[in-house]
Design a protein around this ligand. Structure first.
Ligand SMILES: Nc1ncnc2c1ncn2[C@@H]1O[C@H](COP(=O)(O)OP(=O)(O)O)[C@@H](O)[C@H]1O
Ligand SMILES: [Mg+2]
Length: 281
């Protein structure tokens, strides 16, 4: 092997420390984020360079690399190399460390046999697509973190779009408080949310239909019904031609009795629906 650049100096949990022995072969491989490997039993342990420092202790200066261990490349029964996450065997102290080859990089990042989506390319190797295992991603909790403007919303949009492209029948419920994704989705909000009555157990039905939460929440719920009635009354009075330009705040003539009739109708609607769904027997 001609690309040896260092030797294992220490191992602790998921990190390996490597001292540089061949500076001229370290070019490229030992940048932060670069991937390296070391032999352990009959497989290669691989990891990425997480930190580099110059050690000025001892007789000479030498660089020390901290490697985050990712997993192992082993030869499967069919003779092909396979990457698996996690480390089961550790290299011995003094084991040579090499930069991974292009072929090995492909093994680590190649589309796995499991369901996966491509979400971009590797920063260090733009030719290599980066894949995410869909089931692994969605079966666990995960977070997209970053400062404002760092691209979190774009990353989430990309992940969701790719999932939907690959799995057209996937159902995704998004709580989107700032309406950042509205144009791609069927939007459900307080104005159009419809809950089937059969979904409610008795306690919930009492909450919704009788008590309705705190006095403030009751006021808010009643305000929504009143808003709907006022809007309908104003639009009705304005006629079809103007209806779309009228909002609940438009100072347009309307009749209070008309509003009351609409409110009564809403109430009758509710009672009819409640009876139909036998909530009160
Ligand atoms: N990978 C990227 N490369 C370049 N620009 C990006 C990338 N991801 C997002 N952006 C841009 O950065 C800006 C902020 O992205 P956004 O996803 O809204 O950030 P956040 O949600 O973290 O506040 C947007 O203008 C977007 O076009
Ligand atoms: Mg955002």
């Amino acid at each position: 092997m001609d690309n040896i650049f260092g030797r294992v100096a220490a191992l602790a949990g998921s990190q390996m420390t490597v001292t540089l022995t061949e500076p001229e072969t370290a070019q490229g491989a030992v940048r932060i984020g670069g991937m390296v490997k070391a032999r352990a039993v009959n497989l290669d342990v691989v990891g990425t360079v997480a930190a580099v420092q110059l050690n000025n202790g001892g007789p000479s200066l030498h660089s020390i690399f901290t490697i985050d261990l990712l997993g192992e490349i082993a030869v499967a029964a069919d003779g092909r190399q396979q990457f698996s996450r996690g480390v089961s065997h550790y290299p011995l102290i003094g084991t040579p460390v090499y930069a991974v080859t292009e072929a090995e990089l492909k093994v680590v990042y190649s589309p796995p046999l499991l369901p996966s989506i491509g979400i971009g390319t590797l920063y260090h190797n733009p030719q290599q697509t980066a894949f995410v295992l869909v089931n692994e991603l969605l079966a666990k909790n995960f977070a997209v973190l970053g400062a404002t403007g760092s691209g979190k919303s774009c990353a989430v949009t990309l992940i969701l779009s790719e999932i939907l492209r690959e799995y057209a029948n996937a159902h995704i419920v998004l709580l989107d408080l700032h309406n950042a994704f509205g144009d791609r989705a069927e939007v459900v909000n307080v104005d159009n949310l419809q809950l089937p009555f059969w979904l409610l157990d008795f306690e919930e039905a009492v909450e919704v239909l009788i008590r309705g939460g705190t006095a403030q929440e009751q006021e808010a719920a009643q305000a929504i019904i009143l808003k709907d009635a006022i809007l309908r009354a104003r639009r009705r009075f304005a006629g079809a031609a103007l209806a779309t330009t009228i909002t609940v705040d438009t100072r347009h003539h309307s009749r209070l009795p008309s509003c009351c009739v609409l409110l009564t109708r809403r109430w009758e609607d509710w009672i009819t629906r409640i009876r139909r769904h036998r909530i009160f027997g």
